[in-house]
Design a protein. Structure first.
Length: 117
């Protein structure tokens, strides 16, 4: 059914043609689309609304070649050895490790310890 419809107008909340819908849906309204069904020769007004919101952690957005700072105590021998194996460098002044993201991206224990910038 949607493949037969052509969208001819896409409006943001507050624009002419959306005011009654803004009154009805408030801040939950994201957009209004006017569509035309070429087979049935019908015009339709559709709305996109927010039905659920949940807090979440944004996914890591590092490239493999990005240098990341990993907080691992120098006393944690297992993680320290894993960082050394992938050529991580210990910074004694900052008390953290610097390593290429691509070399640790599959290691959950290390990626969870990346210092958020």
């Amino acid at each position: 059914m949607l493949k037969d419809m052509k969208t001819y107008t896409h409006l943001k909340p507050g624009q002419n043609g959306t005011k009654r819908l803004v009154d009805q849906y408030g801040d939950k309204l994201l957009c209004v689309r006017y569509r035309y069904d070429e087979i049935r020769h019908v015009k339709m007004k559709t709305v996109e609304i927010i039905v659920d919101e949940k807090p979440c952690k944004p996914p890591l957005r590092y490239q493999d070649q990005d240098m990341v700072e990993v907080v691992v105590p120098f006393s944690d021998k297992d993680l320290r050895d894993r960082l050394r194996a992938v050529h991580g460098r210990w910074d004694p002044e900052e008390r953290l490790w610097r390593v290429l993201f691509g070399s640790i991206k599959g290691d959950i224990q290390l990626t969870e310890r990346i210092l958020k910038q």
